[in-house]
Design a protein around this ligand. Structure first.
Ligand code: ATP
Length: 594
């Protein structure tokens, strides 16, 4: 069973353990057993070594049983380590998967995408993935178990020292416990200060990713940004570190004070031991057991690098809940439960539609009719709101004002997921799915259907060029990558396949942006045949693409400024005509120049 819920109000330490017991219960039992055995075996070994030394000094009778016990302890330690590493590997995989599944579920659950534009959510996501610090929160419970084993080992060592002088064992235990609390507090504060401003760390990580991203590599080099990104990384890290430095003095003070106490306690313990040896109260055998035991007592309360790593992992754990809470807060719920049925049959109508990002309106009282079975093009300057309009039509966002109706039914009343499935969408940043070519176009589709969609999208020639044809994995290690234009053809084929198999609206946002001249011409030649009978909404800057649409709308100032077919809009001599003429003149100029 994988973890589903962790008690929301308990401490991160407790939640980490719940995570382990929910996600990998069998491994949890084994890991605790390994930790206990791994903690006690060294003490048994010390006792055994002490007895062997005593035997070597004369009491030969007792040698063989203690050699056997010591050998067994060594064997248990060696085998125990191997078993523990193996089990921890399985538990780590399960916990990592469970956390990934939980994050994915949280991100995918909202039907809309408003939560993905929230900066706080992106920060929490980076924290929950451990991307900001490099410490995976899913490793926290395993580190806790390992540290619990260390504490138990330290306690056992205290007991062994107590067998020599009870007050020495108890005293060392008290000293270690006394230093542990303040040390843990300052480390937690230090980590909290450093992780406090996730935004600053995320900006630093952004520069790291920019410098190491193969897609950005050509421009990073062409513009000489390499050194610049390193300097920005340094600058943002220093900014992020400033908060941690403010508590640094207290960390050093606490470490110095506790170190003084620890050194004094250890010196005193060694002196007591040396005094006992000097006065023949104990022999070499006891010295061989007790001296290492005094050193080993530190594990009961000392702070190791593992403790610091654990503090980092635990600090990231609340980000998982912060993300879930942030999504619940920022995801604008898309209501509606009515099945879409055979809608739309006549018209999709936008009435006084408004939409804003923050307080900046993008669409401001937009009216528009989209007839079913025809092609509608949306044009406008950069930032005019074309993609936003597409997102409202495909219900990735709902309008903040006005309404969209489908044959008179408010789109807000229809089941959002059902409606989204009716929209065969190619977005500007079309998805490059790490699947085979066949699955990229239609999961489970027949070869005949795939071939038809690929032919309509001008992607049929791709199949012959791939080593395993339809079964060639794309965009994954060991598979083939495609050029942007080839990926766009695949995306177009996917949309056309979907349109043939249940989707009723074909939504194309810049579908030819990456196509070469021949492919674009081919697209235009076949546009009418490709979209015949389909409700097609197309956004494009290229007028060669747009002009074939039955109806064209020009977006300006958040409204439809002009509407008509290509010839009507040219005759109107307005914005459309100006944009078309500018583009046509550019092409004509280039042709003349040649
Ligand atoms: N996630 C976002 N957060 C804030 N503002 C946004 C976001 N996405 C888009 N915008 C803003 O909304 C406006 C409309 O953007 P949109 O992408 O719809 O324009 P567009 O007409 O499609 O532009 P282009 O032709 O460049 O693709 C722009 O001014 C843009 O800056």
């Amino acid at each position: 069973m994988l973890p589903t819920r962790w008690a929301p109000r308990s401490s991160p330490r407790w939640r980490a353990q719940r995570m382990l017991w929910d996600g990998a219960p069998r491994q949890a039992v084994l890991l605790y057993a390994c930790a206990a055995v791994g903690a006690l075996a060294p003490v048994v070994l010390l006792v055994g070594v002490g007895r062997i030394v005593r035997a070597a000094a004369g009491d030969r009778q007792a040698t063989w049983p203690w050699i056997a016990v010591s050998g067994a302890a060594i064997g248990v330690l060696l085998v125990g380590d191997t078993v523990r590493d193996h089990v921890a590997g399985i538990a780590r995989a399960r916990l990592t998967f469970a956390l990934q599944e939980r994050l994915m579920t949280a991100l995918i659950r909202p039907a809309g995408i408003a939560h993905l534009t929230d900066q706080g959510n992106l920060d929490a996501l980076a924290g929950a993935k451990g991307a900001l610090t490099g410490f995976q929160p899913a490793n926290a419970p395993l580190t806790q178990v390992a540290l619990a084993g260390d504490r138990l080992g330290g306690l056992a060592a205290c007991v062994l020292v107590g067998a020599f002088r009870w007050w020495l064992g108890a005293g060392l235990l008290l000293v270690w416990l006394a230093v542990r609390r303040p040390l843990r507090t300052v480390i937690t504060e230090h980590v909290a200060a450093l992780g406090g401003d996730a935004g600053k760390i995320r900006r630093a990580v952004y520069f790291f990713e920019l410098a190491t991203d193969p897609a950005a590599a050509p421009e990073v080099r062409a513009y000489g940004l390499g050194r610049w990104t390193v300097d920005r990384l340094r600058e943002h890290w220093l900014l992020a570190m400033a908060a941690a430095w403010s508590v640094r003095a207290r960390v050093y003070r606490t470490v110095a004070l506790t170190a003084g106490l620890v050194v004094a306690a250890n010196l005193a313990a060694c002196w007591v031991l040396a005094d006992a040896v000097a006065h023949h109260r104990i022999g070499l055998a006891e010295l061989a057991a007790y001296f290492p035991a005094i050193v080993a007592t530190s594990a009961v309360g000392g702070i190791s690098t593992e403790d610091i790593a654990l503090a980092w992992m635990l600090a990231s754990l609340p980000d998982v809940e912060r993300l879930e809470a942030g999504i619940a807060r920022s995801a604008v719920p898309l209501g509606g439960a009515r099945p879409v049925g055979d809608l739309p049959r006549r018209t999709i109508r936008l009435e006084g539609v408004r939409f804003a990002f923050g307080d900046r309106p993008v669409l401001d009282g937009l009216d528009l009719d989209i007839p079913v079975g025809a092609s509608t093009a949306i044009v406008g300057a950069n930032g005019a709101g074309k993609t936003t309009l597409i997102r409202l039509l495909t219900r990735l966002h709902d309008p903040s004002g006005g309404r969209i109706t489908v044959d008179g039914t408010d789109l807000a009343d229809l089941d959002p997921a059902d409606w989204q499935r009716r929209c065969a969408l190619i977005s500007q940043d079309f998805a490059r799915l790490p699947f085979t070519l066949a699955d990229n176009i239609g999961v489970g589709a027949s070869r005949a259907a795939l071939r038809a969609a690929a032919e309509r999208a001008g992607a049929a020639d791709l199949v012959a060029g791939l080593p395993d044809g339809w079964d060639t994995p794309l965009g994954v290690p060991g598979g083939r990558d495609l050029s942007r234009g080839q990926w766009q053809r695949v995306a177009l084929a996917r949309a056309l396949y979907a349109a043939e198999h249940g989707a009723r609206i074909l939504v194309l946002d810049e579908p030819t942006a990456w196509l070469d001249a021949a492919a674009e011409a081919d697209f235009h030649r076949r546009f009418l045949a490709m979209t015949r009978g389909l409700t097609t909404i197309i956004v494009a800057h290229r007028f060669s693409t747009v002009r074939r649409a039955d109806r064209i709308h020009v977006l300006h100032d958040g409204k439809v400024a002009e509407s008509g077919d290509h010839d009507t809009l040219l005759a109107l001599d307005g914005r459309y005509a100006a944009m078309f003429t500018a583009q046509a003149a550019r092409f004509a100029g280039e042709a003349t120049a040649r």
